[in-house]
Design a protein around this ligand. Structure first.
Ligand SMILES: *[C@@H]1O[C@H](CO)[C@@H](O)[C@H](O)[C@H]1NC(C)=O
Ligand SMILES: *[C@@H]1O[C@H](CO)[C@@H](O)[C@H](O)[C@H]1NC(C)=O
Ligand SMILES: *[C@@H]1O[C@H](CO)[C@@H](O)[C@H](O)[C@H]1NC(C)=O
Length: 493
């Protein structure tokens, strides 16, 4: 009885955290996208091609667009690419990249744009498909790798993005998406964003990023995103921002975010502007040797000041953090700096234990209200920055080092090798869906949007076993237990 009540409480607490607003991922099964295989090899492409771009565009125009239920297939092998493609307006299709595409031209824009896609899956069945940007040859003066624009009901998974001349992956104003099992490896320099995300109802999980800019970052406008099990392995760090005029961001959950080195454990960055960021939960973060820790900076000097009194931040919760910054004398591990004309309210800092390698700790608060650190209680008008020293929190423990943590980032002027996609992204937690290569080339549908499945039988280890819209087996094969992840996904672990 007590156990049942305790369990219900835990489930309720988790449900309150889940920020997705509906199912994510493609609405039909992978098999229903394989009625027609549109291989680039049938549309003028060849393995070893000096420019696979025209064959990709031709396979899309002449095969995908004319055959609902098709897969644009790029088989294993190496391809150069010098002509960028825009794949616009298809429904119920897949882009299966099992080969490696290497950028050769320096034209700006994006190597691959997917636009107005619906019921779409972009993936690699070998978990080894990659785009190599060789950004060291044209640093910040070439294309970005992938942009998905105003698309719906999609997934992006089991792919590797390396050394983009500029940003790696941009999800632009898209909804009902699932991004998972991705490795992104850029150079140790600004302008190398990992994933920039705007839109609504997108679930990002099990992603590793190395670079010196955004890890997995939310841009305006955004609502109902859930970001979890992220390994920022020598990355700039994750953030919301930078934000200016007309900001509308709400219902965001980040959880199980592991940041090794880099700029911050998490940052909300604005400079002037207006609008709001509200109902954000940042739960279970680990940080090792970042420059900043918990960082709300509404005077973000790297962005120019937008007109307005400032973006209003409210109902932001930081809970269950552990980590250390490098230099607590130079920087405050806890910073909540808000504009006097738009104070922050309902900020909660709870069970957040941050320390510094040089054993110095300060909090900095300005025009910020709530509980924890140096926040003032209640609400009120703006106040000047107050910096307070603190001693090492009794509950602080040095976070676990994951094997494979990078000691430093990658050089900006030499090639970056293509990594493999890891299977763990946060200490002690398995990945939510197995790599496609470990599940029979992804024969088992892993996304919650899949319509296949049957209620009889048992679900295997790591398989889905519950969630809104799920119709497959809800009992796990022994000895696994059906474990709640969010309202849309439970898994046998
Ligand atoms: C995406 O899926 C949702 C839920 O299944 C559905 O309501 C919506 O119409 C789909 N979007 C499009 C463009 O079909
Ligand atoms: C975002 O997408 C919606 C359709 O989903 C569209 O109506 C709107 O104009 C788009 N906004 C921008 C800024 O592209
Ligand atoms: C982090 O980088 C190191 C060094 O390249 C690598 O060995 C390790 O696998 C990376 N971690 C992940 C999760 O890829």
């Amino acid at each position: 009885m007590f156990l049942t009540i305790a369990l219900l409480c835990v489930l309720n607490a988790l449900a309150a955290f889940a920020q997705l607003s509906g199912s994510v991922g493609p609405t039909t099964s992978r098999a229903s996208k394989q009625a027609t295989i549109c291989s680039v090899l049938s549309y003028g492409g060849s393995v070893g091609s000096s420019d696979i771009g025209p064959a990709i565009q031709s396979a899309f125009n002449n095969c995908v667009l004319t055959n609902k239920g098709s897969t644009l297939y790029i088989p294993p092998g190496n391809y150069n690419m010098a002509t960028w493609v825009t794949l616009k307006g298809a429904t119920q299709w897949a882009l299966q990249l099992d080969g490696i595409i290497t950028r050769t031209a320096t034209t700006g824009g994006h190597m691959i744009v997917v636009q107005n896609a619906n019921d779409f899956e972009m993936w690699s069945s070998t978990s080894a498909g990659a785009i190599q940007g060789n950004g060291y040859q044209c640093r910040n003066a070439g294309p970005r790798l992938l942009r998905i624009i105003t698309s719906e009901n999609f997934s992006l998974h089991d792919l590797i993005f390396v050394d983009s001349p500029e940003f790696h992956v941009i999800i632009d104003n898209s909804s009902n998406g699932e991004l998972y099992n991705l490795a992104i490896r850029g150079a140790d320099i600004g302008g190398s964003d990992g994933i920039d995300l705007s839109g609504s109802n997108v679930w990002v999980h099990d992603v590793e990023v190395t670079n010196r800019d955004e890890c997995v970052t939310i841009k305006n406008p955004s609502s109902n995103h859930q970001i979890e099990r992220i390994w920022c392995n020598q990355s700039g760090g994750s953030a919301i921002g930078s934000l200016g005029s007309g900001t509308t961001i709400e219902n965001i959950l980040y959880r199980n975010i592991y940041t090794n080195g880099g700029d911050q454990m998490f940052m909300i960055k604005t400079n002037g502007g207006d609008g709001y960021v509200r109902n954000v939960v940042l739960d279970q973060f680990l940080g090792l040797g970042t420059a900043y820790g918990l960082d709300i900076d509404e005077f973000w000097s790297s962005a120019s000041t937008a007109p307005g009194n400032g973006v209003v931040l409210s109902d932001i919760t930081f809970s269950n953090w552990n980590g250390y910054i490098t230099d607590g004398s130079r920087r405050s591990a806890y910073r909540v700096l808000c504009p006097s004309a738009a104070p922050c309210t309902d900020i909660t800092i709870s069970d957040v234990y941050l320390w510094a390698e040089n054993n110095a700790g300060t909090y900095a608060c300005e025009s910020a209200y709530g509980s924890g650190a140096c926040l003032q209680s209640g609400s009120g008008s703006g106040y000047s920055q107050v910096t307070t020293s603190y001693t090492k929190p009794a509950a602080y423990v040095s976070p676990t080092a994951l094997s494979g943590n990078l000691a430093s980032g990658f050089a900006t002027n030499s090639p970056i090798p293509i990594p493999t996609i890891p299977t763990t992204f946060y200490p002690g937690l398995p990945q939510i869906s197995p790599l496609a290569k470990n599940s029979g080339g992804g024969a088992t549908p892993t996304s919650t949007g899949s319509s296949s499945g049957s209620t009889s039988g048992t679900a295997a280890q790591y398989a889905q076993c519950g969630g809104i819209g799920y119709t497959g087996p809800t009992t796990c094969a022994s000895p696994y237990t059906c474990t709640y992840t969010n309202d849309y996904y439970s898994q046998c672990i």
